[in-house]
Design a protein around this ligand. Sequence first.
Ligand code: PDD
Length: 286
Amino acid sequence: MSRIVHLNGDWLPEAEAKVSVFDRGFLMADGVYEVTSVLGGKLIDFEGHCRRLDRSLRELGMGNPHSDAEWLALHREIVARNGVEDGMVYLQVTRGNPGDRDFAYPPEGTPQTVVLFTQSKPGLADSPAAKTGWRVISIPDQRWARRDIKTVQLLYPSMAKMAAKAAGVDDAWFVEDGTVTEGTSNNAYIVAGGKIVTRQLGHDILHGITRAAVLRLAREAQMEVVERAFTLDEAKAADEAFITSASAFVMPVVEIDGTALGTGKPGPVAQRLREIYIEEMRKAAV
Ligand code: PDD
C-alpha cells in the first residue's frame, strides 16, 4: 500500500514526494531527524521528541520550522492518513536547497526541507525478539564527536549494523577507549551488583528519549541507577544487559561477542523495565 507522506506542507503519495539533488540533506547529511513510536494510534513520549528536535536544530544553527503544536498536528495527521495503529513516525528537517553545492551554509531564509513518513509495525510492543533477547558484537566507535545531535549522517551506524548481520547477531555496541558508548541506534545498559549502569550524558552518545523515561521509571520503582561509563569487560561479566530506543523500547541483550550474559536469557530487570515502560507510555500516549 502506498503511503501518504508529508513534504514541505503538502500531503503526497510517496512516489510523488521529491526532494532536490541540491538539498543539503542529500549532499552534506545536513539535517536532523526524530523517530516517534505509535502504539494504539497514539504517539509515545511526543514532548520528549519535540524537545530533542529543537535542541538538535539549535546546536546546528537551524531554526525550528514548526511550533510543538504544529508538529503534534502533523504527526497526528500522518498517523490518521496512513491508518497506523502500531509503528513509527519518521521526521526529518534539512537545511534545505540552496540551488547549488557549497560548503558554506545557505543564506538565512532559505526554506528548510521538512519530511514526515510513517512505518507501520503491527504488534510493535509484542516483539518476539524481546522474549529471546538480542545478541550483539562490539565494534570501535568511529562516529563523529557530536553524537548528541541527532543528525542524518548514519553511514557508520549502518556499517556497524551490517557487521552485526555478517556476524549473525542482532546489533553492535560501539566501544571507545575500552568503554561502551551505545548501540548502533539505541542506548546501552548493564545490570551488575543489583545496579543499572548506563553511560552518563555528554557529546559522545545520543540523549535517548526512551533512556530518560526508563531511568525515571526505574528510580520510581526503587531500582538503583548509576550513570557512568562501563567497560566492555564489565559488560561481558554483567548479570544482564539491555538497550533502549523509541522503536525497540527496552530490549534485553543476552550475548556480547559470543559471551553469554548471566543465564543467557533475558534478565528480570530488563523484562520488568520493558513491562513498566510500555504500560506507562501507553497511558501517557497522545
Ligand atoms: N535511534 N542512540 C542512537 C545512536 C540512536 O540512533 C537512538 C535512536 C538512540 C535512542 O534514542 P531514543 O530513545 O530517543 O529513540 C540512542 C532511532 C530509533 C533511529 O535511528 O531509528
